[in-house]
Design a protein around this ligand. Structure first.
Ligand code: C5P
Length: 402
């Protein structure tokens, strides 16, 4: 898969730089053409000669050095590479990237780059958790940079916590996934629902749920990255939609039903990540309900199950559901997959640490109608989203072949 692909590996100044040597070696062994750019600080941790020997190409460090590619190095590199991986990505370089600074060769290449970029942050835990670094990473993710969340554990400085660079095999797998999934949904329309619904009780009150919309927005972002046209039917959330998404805002489950049914005919894939209320108050009072001194009894009536309705009329479209469970995860999920006639179901136990509502990570199992299942490790929601999109691409490919 990597054969003939041009990959630029950017190495910044951090102790994890020694692991990049292994990454470069793996990429090259897999047939990629690897070019390494090191920041001057990175050269304090590993010698350029190491990287040169492993990549079999001259290593670029100086911004104004002699051209090694017979042109303007940074523009040349930024344009030619299929993928740019920054591993390790230091807090300093992440901050520079988020500000658009270009005061060394790697920062300049990054600023001039239009294609995919993968960042593998590595730094001291306190630096990683600093809200400034988190804000910089969030900004870069929002702009479409892919970020491999760092691991948690012992750090070279003696601290414990998040900040360890993802291991080289993990970075390698992410490179493969990005290069295999690139633009694979070009020409496809994907409808994603996200967020929770609000079922009005009166003009000021509603029944809602804890859905933040983060998972659905990440899925929409990953589908856009893969080249799809994305219609994002969203409940009320406090998130910026991914650039390029066509957002259809809705409030209640009934509004979501209307919006989904309206756009369904134009879609190839529907991914229902929204937490849709199963019940709504039978009546929504026209005016604010006043305290009466006694109890208030609300009668709730069933909402339509949007996904189940789609399952009945799906034709050759691909239907993907989400199931948030608090017990008997896989059994409940398998039952839902069959009952709703889905092609794939993403199940998560929302009681597990790091999974479910509001969190930036998720722990999911992916189920298929033939009984197949995969359990993914704890990953950032954007990573989970990309994994889901790569499975959808594979299912679409299988359908085309059938
Ligand atoms: O609520 P439940 O666990 O059944 O949700 C499973 C899937 O069905 C989710 O993908 C959800 O978006 C969808 N759903 C729906 N309409 C409902 C309830 C759930 O589309 N009324």
């Amino acid at each position: 898969m990597l054969r003939g692909k041009i990959i630029v590996v950017g190495v910044t100044g951090g102790i994890a730089a020694y692991k990049s040597a292994e990454l470069v070696s793996r990429l090259r062994k897999a047939g990629a053409e690897v070019h390494v750019i090191m920041t001057p600080n990175a050269c304090n941790f590993v010698g350029p000669l190491t990287m040169q020997s492993l990549s079999a190409h001259p290593v670029h460090v100086e911004m104004f050095g002699e051209s090694k590619l017979g042109g303007i190095d940074h523009i040349e590199l930024a344009q030619r590479a299929h993928l740019l991986v920054m591993a390790p990505a230091s807090a300093n370089m992440i901050a520079k990237a988020a500000c658009g600074l270009a005061d060394n060769l790697l920062a300049t290449v990054l600023l001039a780059r239009k294609g995919p970029v993968l960042l593998a942050p590595a730094m001291n835990t306190a630096m990683y958790l600093n809200p400034l670094t988190q804000a910089n990473l969030a900004k870069l993710k929002q702009l479409g940079y892919q970020v491999l969340e760092p691991g948690v554990g012992f750090q070279a400085c003696g601290d414990q916590g998040p900040g360890r660079m993802a291991e080289p095999p993990e970075i390698f797998a992410a490179c493969e996934r990005i290069l295999s999934g690139m633009r694979r949904l070009e020409g496809k329309t994907v409808l994603v629902t996200a967020g929770g619904t609000r079922e009005p009780i009166d003009p000021v009150r509603y029944i809602g749920n804890h859905s933040s919309g983060k998972m659905g927005y990440a899925v929409a972002g990953a589908a856009i990255e893969a080249g799809a046209r994305v219609i994002l039917v969203s409940g009320p959330v406090s998130l910026e939609p991914p650039p390029g998404a066509e957002v259809v805002p809705v409030g209640s489950a009934s509004e979501m039903y209307q919006a989904v049914m309206e756009h369904f005919p134009a879609c190839d894939v529907v991914i229902k990540a929204a937490a849709v209320a199963d019940y709504r108050p039978e009546q929504s009072s026209e005016h604010k309900i006043k305290k009466s001194g006694g109890d208030l009894v609300l009668k709730l009536v069933q909402n339509p199950d949007i996904l189940k309705e789609l399952g009945k009329i799906k034709g050759d479209k691909l239907l993907v559901g989400f199931a948030a469970e608090t017990r008997d995860l896989l059994d409940n999920a398998a039952e839902k997959l069959q009952r709703k006639n889905l092609d794939m179901l993403i199940a998560n136990d929302v009681t597990k640490p790091g999974a479910g509502f509001g969190s930036d990570t998720n722990l999911v199992a992916i189920l298929y109608p033939d009984g197949g299942k995969e359990i993914l490790p704890l990953l950032g929601k954007s990573e989970v989203a990309r994994e889901i999109i790569s499975r959808i691409v594979a299912l679409l490919d299988k359908k085309t072949k059938e």
